[in-house]
Write a protein that binds this ligand. Structure first.
Ligand code: UDP
Ligand code: MG
Length: 312
């Protein structure tokens, strides 16, 4: 069986068409399926619309969340509810076209356990158009492990990968990152990301910013290491500059043709040197905090693909 998980927040205008197109796409695949709609605390009657769909189609599963939790928590809820051998994650606003879902399933049948739908183009509007590709590039540069460029949550996970992702208990979730982190045989399907079919995006700028920071800080130590690097550079500079000042002072030479003012040497050298020491200390603290962060995330140390044993 194949499950499709879709988070829904105030999408009442889109739901009937979404389900119609999805059902048509899934019926062509020739496999049993269910669609898990996660109502993320909608206030426009989306839940009633989902239940209405369910009355007409027993393959609809509705998860009603207690309030609006956000895109990633809603997807996580759906992921733990889905019962399929393969689970497709997608948005409910047609930016992830239902027609692409059979391609994901085909890649899964061909042996992939994780199928990433990557955007060959996008039709976003406003700040999303500029900032989203930029974000993915910054993340790609910063991240401690390779994350696919221009891939959001749209994709497919087989049961083994779903169970692995469900084991990850961290609360600042960036699913595209977690999906890459669990590994397994991965395939990529390219698709043209459409514009939103109707209405305005339901995630605010601040939500997306927070999401971007979650992504960077859950997958990278580099921001912390920056202060260590900076501290090292300042300290080395202070040392060289200080030594040259001291030498000039002792030999009674001026700096740049002028006599050195009394007290300047000791003041500037101690300021520079202490600044370097402080930055290095912050960096060292950061290294410890980074490790504490890793420990509290409690990600498994490894995931086994398969244990191969020879039959006796
Ligand atoms: N969504 C949700 N909870 C939220 C915000 C959005 O479940 O708090 C759903 C929304 O209904 C849609 C998907 O998540 O199906 C993607 O949201 P949207 O298109 O608004 O955001 P985008 O990522 O395009 O900015
Ligand atoms: Mg959208």
């Amino acid at each position: 069986m194949i499950s499709v998980v879709i988070p829904i927040y105030n999408e009442v205008a889109l739901l009937p068409r979404l389900h119609r197109e999805l059902a048509a796409a899934l019926d062509g695949v020739g496999e049993e399926w269910e669609v898990v709609y996660v109502d993320d605390g909608s206030s426009d009657g989306s839940l009633q619309a989902i239940l209405e769909l369910q009355r007409g189609d027993a393959r609809v599963v509705a998860v009603e969340l207690s309030r609006n939790w956000g895109h990633q928590p809603a997807l996580t809820a759906g992921l733990s509810t889905a019962r399929g051998h393969a689970v497709v994650l997608m948005d409910g606003d047609f930016q992830d076209p239902p027609a692409v879902v059979p391609q994901l399933i085909a890649a899964w049948r061909a042996g992939a356990q994780v199928v990433v739908a990557a955007r060959s183009g996008r039709r976003e509007r406003g700040f999303r158009r500029v900032l989203m590709p930029l974000f993915y590039r910054v993340l790609h540069f910063l991240s401690d492990m390779p994350l696919p460029l221009d891939a959001g949550i749209f994709g497919l996970l087989d049961r083994q990968a779903v169970d692995a992702v469900n084991r990850l208990g961290e609360s600042n979730r960036f699913l595209p990152g977690l999906r890459a982190w669990v590994g397994f045989r991965t395939a990529t399907v390219l698709y043209e990301r459409g514009g939103r079919a109707e209405g305005e995006p339901k995630q605010s700028f601040w939500r997306l910013l927070r999401y971007a920071l979650d992504a960077i800080f859950s997958f990278s130590y580099k921001p912390i290491r920056l202060s260590l690097l900076l501290g090292g550079l300042v300290a080395v500079f202070a040392l060289l500059y200080g030594m040259s000042l001291i030498v000039c002072r002792l030999l009674g030479l001026g700096m740049f043709g002028r006599p050195v003012v009394d007290g300047y040497t000791s003041t500037i050298v101690s300021i520079l040197f202490l600044a370097g020491v402080q930055l290095i200390s912050v960096g060292i603290l950061g290294e410890y905090i980074g490790r504490i962060y890793d420990e509290v995330k409690r990600r498994p140390l490894f995931l086994v693909q398969k244990v191969h044993r020879r039959a006796p």
